[in-house]
Write a protein that binds this ligand. Structure first.
Ligand SMILES: [Zn+2]
Length: 610
């Protein structure tokens, strides 16, 4: 376990960007319904995007990187949640007041200042996830704060913005997006990079998540909340990690990213000390004319290589579990569309290099024993050249240190993976089609009446459930909304609902049963059956264990699994059968035969009455 002194010594800095979709009736700037699914319209829109200079006149770093790729974007449209505004063929409608109000409540809960005018801006989007190549965004709060233990984490900005399209598929020439999700209101909460260790990051994310859920106005489910984490160390650059969905894995993934950054700093020092040098790419195609190396043969086109002077042994250095500097260089080359690179710190025998080919490469690149080399091959000359240049760029950066990048959290392998270079700052310009909205005193006061107060909510919940531990668990759980819906629709003891949602369902999930797939409506139906005394408490568990998809499924399971509750008269008949036995024994006998169908308390009553 690393302590705070360790994180201080490496100059650990971490900030969060939390994106949460709001539960509104409609989208942010049009009248489309904010619903998850709708019928496909069958209309596909094709776009090709080109980078434009932002407000500062400079081409954004990631913008030019993406547009290098010359990709075509295809957008799938849908019946109920796509309109001309979404595909940028009609000006935006008025700002959705419901979304504005929710964003102001969230903002008010984070002790900020609020701007007097909400001004829509356009933020450039270059990965194709918006057909208009921009996303509308508005500052709704600034200078906020969040208390964590005895520390205060500053929240410099809170934005209300449009969600982007969901990606359907992507390859090197085309990316396909679904427009249904586009324009759904989203709140972005940013913290200052003053989080001191990975566990604190988790704590901040969890508390912000709790505040968001306590508004009861946010969407839930996979993808509805996204945590991006910015991480840097003293000798490095900012690295942004996207898609940290799983809070449980957050601290481990951050620690691995820190390890990666520290390893890259070590490599930099090593290479600077050795006077490493990356030479110009050379065409090696001739050498591999009759090759038996399958990875080169299958691409059967151009082969390029570079000499990495004094790099011998360094490309193979491990920087994360099963990841080397070579993997990082390979990630860059892959952006051009190649499958990867071959480098000299690998076991080249596994590729089947002939002695002649190896000597040819070493000769042409002038590789000495202290050097390393990289080879890239592709059918298309342009692709091969791009790939080798990207690999060269990354290899050169090994002597500068940590490249500023956007990376993706890989919670399966508990590491981060390269996505693209980090965007610079020239991405915003004013939205001239949407008018600013004045935020009056009344609106702010209204927002304050719904402010989230975690302590108060905790007390109320404890009183409602009657169990402190379950209440505190519920407050942190994404099941909270489900709990509220059940309590609101069915007359049932909150403690029973809480115990089943938090304990029983967790236990079943651990057994690999996909209980999270049961909808709120179905759960309400099940608890309704319980409230009507059609089933027992254990009956609820038995039904849930069988993962019903809807109310009909519930009815079917009740019959098939024999879950019907036995009424008082049936109980009396059962008890009469064991008249000669002790009370305890009667209970044992009846429960053994009818575990699912008998409420133990009711049984005791029947026995007591004789
Ligand atoms: Zn629309």
């Amino acid at each position: 376990m690393k302590d705070q002194a360790y994180y201080d010594s490496i100059g650990f800095r971490c900030g969060l960007e939390i994106h949460q979709r709001l539960k509104t009736e409609r989208k942010l700037f049009c009248s489309c319904l904010n619903i998850e699914s709708s019928k496909p319209l069958g209309i596909k829109i094709h776009r090709v995007q080109r980078a434009v200079a932002g407000e500062t006149g400079k081409l954004d770093r990631s913008t030019s990187f993406e547009s290098n790729k010359n990709r075509t974007f295809i957008y799938n449209t849908f019946q109920d949640n796509v309109c001309l505004v979404d595909i940028d063929e009609e000006p935006p409608h008025e700002l959705n007041r419901e979304a504005l109000m929710i964003s102001l409540v969230i903002t008010a809960s984070l002790n900020p200042s609020s701007p007097s005018d909400i001004e829509p801006m356009r933020k450039e989007v270059v990965d194709g996830s918006d057909p208009s190549a921009f996303q509308r965004t508005m500052l709704v709060g600034y200078n906020g704060s969040l208390g964590i233990g005895n520390r205060t984490i500053r929240i410099p900005t809170i934005f209300l913005e449009e969600e982007s399209c969901g990606i359907e598929s992507s390859d090197n020439s085309t990316a396909v997006y679904n427009v249904d999700r586009l324009g759904v209101p989203l709140v972005e909460i940013d913290t200052d990079p003053e989080i001191k260790n990975p566990l604190e990051a988790k704590e901040v994310a969890s508390k912000i998540g709790m505040i968001l859920r306590l508004t009861h106005k946010v969407q839930r489910g996979i993808g509805s909340i996204r945590q991006d984490v910015n991480i840097s160390i003293r000798e490095g650059e900012r690295v942004e990690i996207k898609g940290m969905q799983d809070l449980d894995a957050m601290d481990t993934i951050i620690d691995r990213e820190v390890e990666r950054q520290l390893a890259l700093v070590e490599i930099k020092k090593l290479l600077v000390g050795k006077r490493g040098k990356v030479h110009a790419p050379q065409d090696l195609t001739d050498i591999f004319e009759n090759t038996q190396i399958s990875v080169i043969k299958s691409s059967a086109g151009k082969v390029y290589g570079i000499r990495l002077e004094n790099f011998a042994g360094v490309i193979g250095m491990e920087i994360n579990p099963n990841r080397r500097l070579g993997s990082e260089i390979s990630d860059y080359a892959k952006m051009a569309g190649v499958r990867g690179i071959i480098h000299s710190d690998e076991d080249l025998n596994k590729y089947g290099f002939s002695e002649l080919e190896l000597q040819g490469v070493k000769g042409k690149l002038a590789v000495a024993d202290k050097d390393a080399f990289i080879i890239v091959s592709a059918k298309d000359e342009e692709v091969a050249r791009k790939a080798i240049n990207l690999a060269k760029h990354r290899a050169e950066h090994a002597m500068i240190g940590i490249p500023p990048e956007t990376r993706a959290a890989d919670s399966k392998n508990m590491i981060t993976r390269f996505m693209r270079p980090l965007p610079g700052g020239s991405r915003m310009y004013p939205e001239t089609d949407a008018k600013p909205v004045a935020v009056g005193k009344e609106l702010l006061e209204l927002a304050h009446t719904d402010i989230v107060d975690i302590e108060r909510s905790a007390k109320e919940l404890e009183k409602l459930i009657g169990n402190r531990q379950l209440a505190s668990q519920m407050l942190k759980s994404y099941k909270f909304q489900t709990f509220n819906s059940i309590i609101a629709s069915v007359k049932v003891e909150p403690l029973t609902v809480a115990a089943i949602l938090l304990e029983k369902m967790k236990e079943l999930k651990r057994q690999g049963i996909l209980v999270d797939g049961i909808s709120d409506a179905t759960l309400i139906y099940i608890f309704g059956k319980y409230a009507k005394k059609d089933i027992t408490k254990i009956g609820i568990e038995e039904i849930i264990k069988n993962v019903p998809l809807n109310s009909k499924d519930v009815d079917r399971i009740i019959v098939e699994k024999k879950v019907e509750r036995l009424g008082a008269s049936e109980l009396r008949k059962l008890v009469a059968r064991y008249r000669n036995l002790e009370k305890k024994e009667i209970v044992g006998k009846v429960m053994a035969e009818h575990k699912l169908n008998v409420d133990a308390e009711e049984l005791m009553e029947v026995i007591a009455k004789g």
